[in-house]
Design a protein around this ligand. Structure first.
Ligand SMILES: Cc1cc2nc3c(=O)[nH]c(=O)nc-3n(C[C@H](O)[C@H](O)[C@H](O)COP(=O)(O)OP(=O)(O)OC[C@H]3O[C@@H](n4cnc5c(N)ncnc54)[C@H](O)[C@@H]3O)c2cc1C
Length: 507
């Protein structure tokens, strides 16, 4: 670019949909003294996926809209295009080059999913080699990246396949100057966010927008955010929660008041005892580093106890599953444990439908599946129960459940979803052993002893005596029929034997 037009940076947003403490955006902002604009490229292939979710997409669009508003309010802009990045980015470069205004750098934060890694390599090649644009990437989505947490005995080349040693190492690294610094930096990002929450906006934080860039020439793109929103809205079936980084911060502050009780409350599905951060982590409205910074968790160790320690260990589980997906991308399609790649599932379509509809006759399972359908979210304890039930009681391939969860969950996220399913199905790394099979009646009695959760989602069982609530078939067929609630679709202890035989056949 000539002296007439100072250099500027293009920031490519993907799973980092926020301004606060966004490392690659910040790099570009510093380099170009605030002359940065953003782009988001839709991939329409994604809309055709079998696990596409209108609800999650709706939440995603709201997050983008929030980000666009924020970018505009601080002197920058976000262009949302219905075009693949390998088409959109060179097109923008070529158009603006005509007026000597092409961007000189492209910044983005790294993504670890198999598809994203391939896409990013391709874009980097095109921009660096063909267009001579500097591509700058940063770590953001994870506190510690998969390649940073290899086994020390292997010089880092081998990855942890069991959570406990992974977490021990993760906590050790958290104490290093380097990683502690990543958390400390996010305190500054949060400061900006707190100021924004208080309505203090710096309108001149950035100093470039798309209008200025296009000048008299016309943008080769039509704005697609509103179009997508219009087309998508009629298909949404759940209430879309408040989106964006301010909403994430608000929810986090609410959770902060109770974090010390997390250990006691996190397994009780009738309580609002967990953070609900998964919704915001997925799109990068907030990051694990920011959560740790806001809750002051950085000094905890693997040995620490109490609610705060329990909570940060869950954040480490998330990073563990990302590490597995990164090092073994094949888990996206098949079992981590080779020996269980071809288990002879029964795969009854009828039982699968009963599970999806929350009509299995097992109240805790049905309550969970109905919560999922009504709210696009399900409590972690219940996710474990319904997943175990699908696989080990209904003898259905875990991938059917994984796919259905992705369709329904607002927080649906490949790495933790795949990890959770393979854990429950005993096919994953560090899984539930195959012979540990949840008894849904006992799980219900233990984690929903007074039936509050079940009654909330299965109103047919309202008023059933507490001791029968998790085994209502004991009231007799006629009583159940009167209430419109089904008899159990399978008998747990019989299915358990079949599941054991199924796994033993391959062990
Ligand atoms: C079968 C199954 C499917 C799942 N699918 C998903 C999914 O698609 N997306 C998703 O984000 N999580 C998934 N999980 C993990 C977990 O259920 C959710 O992260 C959690 O319920 C989200 O609620 P929260 O944010 O209130 O969690 P909190 O209890 O407040 O935990 C804080 C954060 O820690 C992480 N976390 C908590 N539990 C786990 C876990 N078991 N595994 C990995 N990370 C965890 C999440 O990022 C979560 O937001 C799945 C678990 C199972 C058993």
């Amino acid at each position: 670019m000539s002296d007439k037009h100072p250099t500027w940076g293009l920031h490519w947003f993907r799973r980092d949909l926020r301004v606060a403490g966004n490392p690659a955006l910040q790099w570009s902002w510093k380099k170009h003294e605030g002359r940065v604009v953003g782009i988001f490229c839709f991939d329409s292939k994604f809309l055709a996926r079998t696990d596409f979710s209108h609800n999650r997409f709706g939440f995603f669009l709201e997050t983008l809209r929030e980000l666009q508003e924020e970018m505009r309010s601080i002197g920058s802009d976000l262009l949302v295009v219905d075009s693949l990045p390998h088409e959109a980015l060179p097109k923008i470069h070529a158009e603006l080059k005509k007026t000597d205004r092409a961007f000189s750098t492209l910044s983005f934060n790294r993504d670890y999913e198999p598809f994203a890694r391939e896409r990013d390599d391709r874009i980097t090649r095109i921009l660096q080699e063909d267009l001579k644009v500097t591509v700058h990437t940063e770590r953001d989505h994870l506190l510690i990246e998969p390649l940073e947490i290899g086994k020390p005995s292997s010089g880092g080349s081998l990855f942890y396949q069991v959570y406990s040693p992974f977490a021990r190492r993760w906590f050790e690294q958290l104490k290093t100057e380097e990683v502690a610094g990543r958390v400390a930096i996010q305190k500054a990002g949060l400061k900006y966010l707190h100021k924004r929450a208080a309505g203090e906006i710096d309108r001149h934080l950035f100093c470039l927008n798309w209008k200025k860039l296009w000048g008299k020439s016309r943008s080769p793109f039509s704005e697609s955010l509103e179009d997508f929103a219009q087309k998508n809205r009629p298909h949404q079936t759940v209430e879309i929660p408040a989106a964006g980084s301010l909403a994430a911060l608000k929810r986090l502050q609410q959770f902060k008041r109770n974090v010390d009780h997390y250990g006691d409350r996190r397994d009780i599905p009738s309580l609002d005892g967990t953070s609900k951060m998964s919704l915001y982590l997925k799109n990068g409205s907030i990051t694990s580093a920011q959560i740790i910074a806001e809750l002051d968790l950085q000094n905890l160790t693997m040995k620490s106890e109490g609610g705060r320690a329990k909570f940060i260990k869950e954040i480490a589980w998330r990073e563990f599953y990302y590490s597995i997906l990164f090092h073994r991308p094949s888990v996206e399609k098949k079992a981590f444990l080779e020996k269980y790649a071809d288990l002879p599932w029964e795969n009854s379509q009828k039982l699968f439908e009963a599970w999806k509809e929350g009509r299995t006759g097992y109240p805790i399972v049905d309550a969970g599946m109905r919560q999922l359908k009504q709210e696009g979210w399900m409590h972690n304890r219940v996710r474990m129960i319904v997943a175990s039930f699908l696989v080990k009681d209904l003898l259905i391939d875990w991938r059917w459940g994984e796919n259905y969860f992705m369709k329904e969950l607002l927080d649906g996220d490949l790495a933790p979803n795949n990890g959770g399913w393979q854990w429950a199905a005993s096919t994953g790394c560090d899984p539930q052993p195959y012979f540990r099979i949840f008894n849904p009646e006992l799980q219900g009695s233990r984690f929903d002893p007074d039936g509050t959760y079940v009654e909330r989602y299965v109103p047919e069982l309202a008023g059933v005596p507490k001791k029968l609530l998790h085994a209502p078939e004991k009231m007799g067929e006629a009583a159940l029929k009167k209430r419109g609630y089904p008899l159990p679709v399978v008998i747990h202890h019989e299915q358990k034997e079949k599941a054991l035989a199924l796994f033993k056949s391959k062990s």
